[in-house]
Design a protein around this ligand. Structure first.
Ligand code: THU
Length: 128
């Protein structure tokens, strides 16, 4: 799948974002190595700290469906800036491998690409 297509899936997922507090809507789409796409949006809560980011929703949906290996994830916000994943989401993505590509997109579908390892060097790991 082309990066542009994954970015479009993230932008589409963003439409479902539940963000009545921040009004900052985010969408994500993660591609498993067997070619499936799982999407997510941010889900906020009145108890602000319980909010879950779009990336983690997408990743947890994928893991719940039996996937543990990912080629790429696209993240999109409605801003002209590229949407960069928060620190918590970087750590959660790192759990499943540093080589996953991250397409950070803006409202126009333009994106820049980095890997999870580039975004989170020296990630915490219990096994290495
Ligand atoms: N958010 C995400 O969904 N992903 C990120 O990587 C950064 C932040 C959400 C959380 C919250 O609902 C809103 O954006 C503002 O922080």
């Amino acid at each position: 799948m082309k990066p542009e297509e994954l970015v479009q899936r993230a932008l589409k997922a963003r439409e479902k974002a539940y963000a009545p507090y921040s009004h900052f809507k985010v969408g994500a789409a993660i591609l498993s190595t067997d070619g499936e796409v799982f999407t997510g949006c941010n889900v906020e809560n009145a108890s602000y700290g319980l909010t879950v980011c779009a990336e983690r929703v997408a990743l947890f949906k994928a893991v719940t469906m039996g996937r543990r290996s990912f080629s790429a994830i696209a993240i999109a916000a409605g801003t002209s800036d590229y949407c960069s994943p928060c620190g918590a989401c970087r750590q959660v993505l790192a759990e499943f491998g540093g080589s996953t590509k991250v397409y950070m997109a803006n409202c126009k579908g333009e994106y820049r690409e980095m890997t999870v390892a580039e975004l989170l060097p020296a990630a915490f790991n219990l096994t290495k």
